[in-house]
Ligand binder design. Structure first.
Ligand code: FAD
Length: 552
């Protein structure tokens, strides 16, 4: 962490140099001494220091300065660094002003010029002030800081993006004093949120995901324009393919539109993945898989959505949303599935403001001692119920059916039964949501009687199944009626070759109707929707990539 700052400010260059020199001589090994020659210049320096997350221990300001006197400067500086100790340098004639300042800016000390010898007049004063400051220092931060509103969808989107990409950050509300200080330092106000401040002091107002990825150090651009294999999608199947592809010497790039981990990255605890008897969180599994892929030399691109695929002779060409392209001998499509939207009046407007799709793990600590409502009866909803029960006073699980047996694993049903705070509401569906600033009420319908009741609710998490978003592959390769990619033997059922297929051989096991393009994981028609099978298919796709390349 950077050394705390001692800032000296004097408009007379000779005096300014002398103060800074004396301070640096004694404290320069532990503190960074910053010199300014005017009040506005000093405030500008303080704003930069605040944005970089550094601390200010002592401010030494001359009283007589033309644009802004020392008292005015110290008063403004307090808004940015309230814990910094404040010293006014005065001539004997200005002693009265200095005494008045004790009340105005809560002055710690006034120092008469000249201060020589410093061993007698300056250092004992500064020593005492540094001691006092060390007992209650300013907050320092070497993380990304996000300032936003509690109930703001864009603020949530920024936090969710950083959390899913495993980027540490500090979250500050606009009415939190430090949040206000950061806004002031960035010259922004409470309407300019989310404000993202990087550890090196750059302030971004409402950044895009690509901008966030860049400041978080995530790679967004490929280093080459041709690869052996491009993997589309960074869930378990894609990460599996990237690890096996790169470890077997293939030039491999993985392209992810949002954050690696996919659906599994949102799981609070995966208990059925081989080798983790105590379970593993999706975030941990993702972090390990990412590091493993990078170790073997795979490139991982974030915030890049693939929107088109075409053949260019033997090469396969992928189009990104921004119009750029990337080419490869082969492609592994591992784009998984995305949550289906709950179509009930009012919910769309409240998404990100009390209504969330998936586990939204960033929100769990805010649910302490409140009621949480979860829609869905599958394992993902069950896991979320267990997770939120650690925070919420009560977790309501809303399911349409009579019980969970048809949709949830029995180990999870048993876990839910053991937690008193979890209440399962059978035969119940959400038919509406309302609220001004954020979700305040839900309308629930009994699916048997049709009766509708209203409940107070601030938190709704939706897990109502998912669908593949493969519209961009329309007309390029064969998909089933629901959009899942048909691959391998399923393409030749009935003894016929898939449309457009010109090769003598049949498609390999995970190969789509476009030769050299493979489907792995949840996006493949009739796949098993599990982490282990997705990882396994990623590995298997790479073996088939080798077979395809050898035959070329
Ligand atoms: C909350 C939750 C808990 C779960 N718990 C378990 C469990 O305990 N055990 C278990 O076995 N399974 C569990 N599952 C299911 C499991 O997570 C999935 O089966 C698995 O993640 C599928 O992996 P995948 O790589 O095929 O797809 P996904 O995980 O869906 O990943 C697909 C990725 O592709 C990206 N993508 C999509 N389209 C594009 C595009 N056009 N361009 C670039 N990128 C794109 C997406 O952003 C996503 O990151 C759970 C699922 C959820 C949602």
């Amino acid at each position: 962490m950077a050394q705390p700052v001692i800032l000296t400010i004097d408009d007379d260059p000779a005096v300014s140099r002398a103060v800074a020199r004396d301070i640096r001589r004694r404290y320069g090994d532990r503190y960074r001494v910053v010199r300014a020659d005017s009040g506005p210049g000093g405030l500008e320096a303080l704003r930069e220091i605040k944005l970089r997350g550094e601390r200010v221990a002592v401010l030494l300001a001359d009283y007589r300065m033309p644009e802004m006197n020392g008292i005015q400067f110290l008063e403004a500086a307090m808004d940015l660094f309230p814990a910094a100790r404040r010293v006014l340098l005065t001539a004997y004639a200005d002693t009265d002003a200095a005494i008045d300042a004790i009340n105005v800016v809560d002055l710690d000390h006034y120092l008469l010029k000249p201060w020589h010898p410093p061993e007698e007049k300056l250092y004992p004063v500064v020593d005492t002030l540094l001691e006092a400051w060390a007992a209650s220092p300013d907050q320092a931060s070497d993380e990304i800081r996000v300032v936003g509103h509690r109930w703001s969808a864009p603020s949530f989107a920024v936090r969710d993006f950083l959390a899913r990409n495993l980027v540490p950050y500090r979250w500050l509300l606009t009415d939190d004093p430090e949040g206000g200080r950061l806004l002031a330092a960035a010259g922004a106000d409470a309407t300019d949120v989310p404000l993202v401040v990087t550890p090196d002091g750059k302030a971004l107002v409402a950044p895009t995901e690509a901008e966030l990825a860049a400041v978080a150090g995530l790679t967004v651009a490929p280093s080459a324009d041709f690869y052996d294999v491009v993997v589309v999608g960074g869930g378990p199947a894609g990460l599996g393919a990237a690890v096996y592809g790169a470890s077997e010497g293939l030039r491999t790039v993985l392209v992810e539109r949002r954050a690696t981990g996919g659906q599994a990255g949102q799981s609070s605890r995966i208990e059925n993945y081989l080798g983790f008897p105590d379970g593993v969180s999706g975030a941990q599994l993702t972090d390990r898989a990412r590091r493993q892929a990078l170790k073997f030399g795979a490139e991982l691109l974030s915030t890049r959505e693939v929107v088109g695929l075409e053949s260019a002779g033997a090469a396969r060409l992928l189009h990104f949303g921004d119009g750029s392209t990337i080419a490869a001998h082969t492609v592994v499509l591992a784009t998984g599935v995305s949550y289906r939207v709950l179509d009930a009046p009012g919910l769309a407007d409240l998404t990100g403001r009390g209504v969330f799709y998936g586990a939204a793990s960033t929100e769990a600590p805010s649910c302490v001692d409140q009621d949480v409502w979860i829609v869905g009866g599958a394992n993902s909803a069950g896991q979320a119920a267990v997770h939120f029960s650690r925070y919420a006073s009560r977790v309501h699980l809303l399911i349409r059916g009579a019980d969970l047996t048809a949709s949830m694993s029995s180990y999870l049903i048993q876990q839910l039964d053991r937690i008193d705070r979890i209440v399962v509401h059978p035969h119940t569906e959400v038919v509406g949501g309302e609220g001004d600033d954020h979700l305040e009420r839900l309308r629930l319908r009994d699916t048997r009687s049709g009766d509708v009741r209203e409940v107070d609710a601030s938190w709704l998490f939706i897990f109502i199944g998912a669908e593949p978003r493969t519209e961009w592959l329309d007309g390029v390769l064969v998909r089933d009626g629901r959009g899942f990619i048909v691959a391998g033997p399923d393409l030749t059922a009935g003894g016929r070759k898939p449309p457009g297929w010109t090769l003598d051989r049949d498609p390999y096991h995970l190969e789509s109707s476009l030769p050299g393009v493979f489907a792995a994981g949840d996006v493949r028609a009739s796949s098993v929707k599990r982490v282990a099978s997705a990882v396994g298919e990623g590995a298997m796709a790479v073996a088939l990539v080798h077979r395809y390349l050898e035959a070329q």
